[in-house]
Design a protein around this ligand. Structure first.
Ligand code: GLA
Length: 714
């Protein structure tokens, strides 16, 4: 998969999906020469001619070679001290205040499998599933090294990249930008695709022409965020869902990030991805190293679905872990929109009885079970059950679910602290804060300083104490505000700007400890809905609550947007009441159910108050979902009609079972389109379905959802 040709100095990273070619130039510089469909061998037929470019400087050794400039060549790691004026992927400040270093090629190693990244989640692979190339660049004055890692996965359209920076001198080096990836494309004939949104409207697709100059997607919120997702795609303008070249990038990181593109003077495109340098600095003491997060790159010749399916396969096989990695997920009922904070033993018992009767499999007790929390003003940090509200303790509620054959799940928000809490009264310094200014609030709460070891230990202990009872089968791990005044008491001044990244590293350490200690518990990550839907969280928790917005029309956009990078088995999707609590829209129960069937299905409403007819409908939907669940969660997902395209307000999703014997086809339309189904009981040849499709006519009501289940016969 990875070869090095000594004569041409070419590293060829190759599988049956792509070739990625790196060439050592003049024994010093690491050039990026090709990325695209697999090549038999790289010989440089299309290399750009070396031209004398005004204003593009020569490195000292090549003063008289005016056709050679770092400003022009495509590079694998970029610094801007020696005349490359494009966005750098590494910026340092040395002890004397200067910012220039010179990294030249030193050597390489090819390893079987994929080494883990220290302290960070990343894709993993067995020795026979992947190969990793590590290329070391070294500063000509011996100050630092950069070790670039590339992993090629056998048979998958993905490649991973990350960098480890090492201080090899006697003075501290300050990293002001330590990106994970720099990648240069020879042209800019691309559309730029990113996912934008907000609370309750996450991951809308934006597809625009890649423009000259710098364009950035990212944030400084200390979270991967609702607002921008750590996803970027460059698609050839003609590329659609089913054909065309697409390069997708997904950053395995949950904090502030930046995905920048620069189209420069000669029309080439540079992509730089990593921790957001506007929100970061890191002082590397002598001998220390800094590991960047990993970028997963997906190359597809088969359009956007090809890109997404490569991400989905890689994430299902090489990112998700634990008992539930390849298992269908339980159908749940969550009490949040049913009761909010207003619940007691009796209400929960009724909910459990009804859930069991309807065929559900897991009951989740959401916010409000601990401290004296009856609204969102208090008690975060005090993870002890409120016995006034639940006199039989969590064991009592769990027992009421368990005795009916349901699993029992519980909500936590462990990275937070309320000022009105015993924890804050004991440790006010545990909240992120600065000395001279008051703290900003979000939802009346502060954020714990998870960069501190004592805070990490407290979180691990307080959550573990609850889970140790064995009564909890599922955890919803929430995170409901972003980071402000993100500094840490007692940390040395030169290390203060590390706090946000150290927070994320602390979170990963906490999650690793808890999830490894409780391997039978199913964890679902949440952040005011889908504010931390990223690959890093999925490494610890194999599903994420996709959005607080459960309206079936909005959810078509949110779930379709999410599907560009993430597989359906990672998306929590629930049926809720109408009028919808977030947007007030009224939609048919069947549309809500079909829409929620796209992911990890559940209900988030007071099911005890439904009429008998509605209950029967729910029973039928649950039975149908149980039947289709392996196809939806473990099969292949294809976007047929995207709500972000066209003018007809249509969405269609297709799920194909692993054995390709069953297809579930969902179709939704909004007010101004029409349709109905006419296929029931008929048999067609596959070629007709492929070439002609199916006709939909006569829809008489708004917001209708349809499902066709196609079975292979003969
Ligand atoms: C967040 C979550 C919701 C719910 C509430 C509880 O908003 O996204 O699902 O858990 O918190 O406070």
């Amino acid at each position: 998969m990875i070869t090095f040709d000594k004569a041409t100095q070419v590293f060829h990273l190759k599988n049956d999906r792509y070739s990625y070619v790196i060439q050592i130039e003049r024994g010093k510089y690491l050039l990026h020469q090709y990325f695209g469909r697999p090549l038999h061998e790289f010989r440089g037929s299309a290399l750009r001619p070396a031209l004398d470019r005004a204003n593009s400087p020569q490195p000292a050794a090549y003063e008289n070679e005016r056709t050679f400039s770092l400003d022009v060549v495509p590079q694998e790691l970029s610094t801007n001290g020696h005349g490359d004026f494009r966005i750098p992927s590494l910026e340092v400040v040395l002890e004397d205040g200067t910012t220039v270093i010179e990294l030249w090629y030193e050597g390489y190693e090819i390893k079987k499998g994929k080494p883990a990244l220290e302290g960070l989640p990343a894709l993993y692979a067995k020795d026979d599933e992947a190969e990793t190339l590590e290329i070391t660049l070294s500063d000509t004055k011996g100050r630092m090294k950069a070790i670039l890692s590339y992993t090629v996965f056998e048979g998958d359209g993905v490649l991973t990249r990350s960098v480890r920076y090492v201080n090899t001198c006697k003075e501290a080096i300050r990293l002001e930008n330590a990106a994970s990836l720099s990648l240069d494309f020879p042209d800019h004939d691309f559309d730029r695709m990113s996912l934008y949104g907000g609370h309750a409207s996450e991951r809308n697709l934006e597809r625009i022409r890649l423009m000259r100059g710098v364009m950035e997607t990212g944030n400084t919120r200390g979270a991967s965020s609702h607002q921008q997702s750590p996803f970027l795609a460059l698609a050839r303008p003609a590329a659609g869902e089913l054909s065309g070249d697409v390069y997708g990038f997904s950053l395995v990181y949950s904090g502030s990030f930046r995905m920048a593109t620069e189209v420069e003077q000669f029309g080439t495109t540079r992509v730089v991805i990593g921790i957001n340098p506007d929100d970061f600095a890191w002082t590397l003491e002598p001998g220390e190293s800094f590991q960047t997060p990993e970028v997963v790159i997906s190359y597809s010749h088969d359009g956007l679905n090809g890109m997404s399916q490569a991400f989905h396969k890689a994430y299902r096989n090489h990112l998700l872990r634990g008992k539930y990695q390849h298992r269908v997920r339980p159908i749940l009922v969550n009490n949040w929109e049913a009761t909010y904070f207003d619940f007691d033993d009796e209400k929960l018992d009724n909910l459990a009885a009804c859930a069991a009767d309807l065929g559900m499999e897991l009951m989740v007790l959401d916010d409000g079970w601990f401290g004296h929390r009856n609204d969102d003003n208090s008690s975060l940090g005090d993870w002890k059950v409120n016995l006034k509200k639940l006199p039989h303790g969590l064991e009592g509620v769990a027992e009421s679910a368990h005795k009916r054959g349901l699993k029992f799940g519980l909500w936590f928000e462990p990275e937070m602290i309320s000022v009105d809490s015993d924890l804050y009264r004991a440790h006010p310094d545990w909240a992120l804060h600065v000395k001279d200014y008051p703290c900003s609030f979000g939802r009346h709460q502060l954020v714990l300083d998870v960069s501190r070891k004592d805070v990490q230990d407290y979180i691990v202990k307080s959550v573990s104490d609850i889970l140790a009872s064995g009564a909890i089968d599922y955890v919803k791990w929430d995170f409901n505000r972003h980071l402000t005044e993100a500094f840490s008491e007692g940390r040395a001044p030169e290390h203060q700007r590390e706090t946000k990244h150290r927070f994320i590293l602390g979170l990963y350490s906490v999650l690793e400890r808890i999830t490894q200690a409780f391997p039978d518990v199913l964890f679902e990550s949440c952040s005011g809905g889908g504010g931390r839907f990223d690959a890093a969280m999925l490494y610890y928790m194999p599903q994420t609550w996709t959005s607080d917005d459960t309206d079936a029309v909005q959810r078509q956009r949110i779930q379709t947007g999410t599907s560009y990078a993430f597989p359906p088995i990672t998306m929590g999707a629930h049926v809720s009441v109408t009028p919808n609590h977030q947007v007030g829209r009224v939609t048919p129960m069947q549309t809500r159910a079909f829409c929620a069937m796209m992911g990890c299905f559940g209900y988030e409403m007071d099911i005890t108050r439904m009429s008998d007819a509605e209950k029967q409908q729910v029973r039928d939907h649950i039975a149908l979902y149980k039947r289709l669940r392996p196809t939806i969660q473990l099969g292949t997902y294809t976007r047929l009609l995207s709500p972000f395209e066209g003018t007809k307000n249509e969405t269609a999703w297709m799920f194909t079972s692993e054995d390709e014997k069953e297809v579930a086809l969902f179709y939704f339309h909004d007010p101004d389109s029409t349709g109905a189904e006419t296929l029931v009981g008929k048999t067609f040849y596959g070629d007709e379905l492929m070439q002609e499709g199916i006709n939909i006519d006569k829809i008489n009501s708004d917001f209708t959802g349809y499902l066709w289940v196609l079975e292979k016969v003969g």
